[in-house]
Design a protein around this ligand. Sequence first.
Ligand SMILES: [Fe+2]
Length: 288
Amino acid sequence: MSELIQEYRQQRDADFRSLLYSGVVLRIPPSDASMRMQGRCFRRICEVLGDDPRNASRRMDGKQFFEKAGALRREFYQSDVCRAAIGDLLRLTGCDVGDHFCDPTRLRVVIEGGHHNPAAAPVYYAHRDTWYSNPQCQITWWMPLHAVSKSETFSFLPDYFDEPVGNDSAGFDYGQWTSKGTDLKIGWQDAEAGRRELYPQLREDLPPHRRIAFEAQPGEVIVFSGQHLHQTVPIEEGETRFSLDFRTVCLSDHRSGLGPVNVDNRSTGDALLGHVPVVPDGFCGSGE
Ligand SMILES: [Fe+2]
């Protein structure tokens, strides 16, 4: 594979997606759509967590912070503004919005020392997004809400993009995952879910391999195939990282069987059933 993370060069529609399906990661520069999404979401975080939200977890007790972050997470997941922004970003890359479904926006909150909390362990599992019963052609879009360094993002393990690894995805079933509602999908709604539920993870000690983390600016969007093996970088000491991500599926690509060949995903059920049209019915734009 050539350089893993490449600058976006205006590839459009099928060309854009086929590059991602080949394992390339694209960095899309800030745009009106991404900056609007970033600005609205970060301002809302400041309203709920106070000014300087990146240090809010140091000011609040753990339960209070968890509940406030969980409420934000539910709000963004259900937000028509975020959903409209997904449409804007698809249009920016020449994709037919009407031919796409999305898994709505999730707020990610990675706090200092979070990896020492057993209930939060799944946040740090190496995984492929496809292990959650997702289509092979699913694409993940990731955006930081503030500038992030390599020690605040996540790393790709690109040598395993098309190489199987040991994992426990066979225990994941989408129907079971969603049988009690949407709380597990949204996340941060049940503090004990991380100890109780199966979140698929790498189950193999890998030989020495490349790990590629990255830095990014607010409004930049990192786009990659759901087949990429990746892992959140723990923050031993430092401010909280806030980022957004969402996923899209091109329906005609899915019907045609496009996307990377499945090498090791054995999850069952179909998460596409929980995806939604990109533009909600009756919604008339994402302007301020
Ligand atoms: Fe992921």
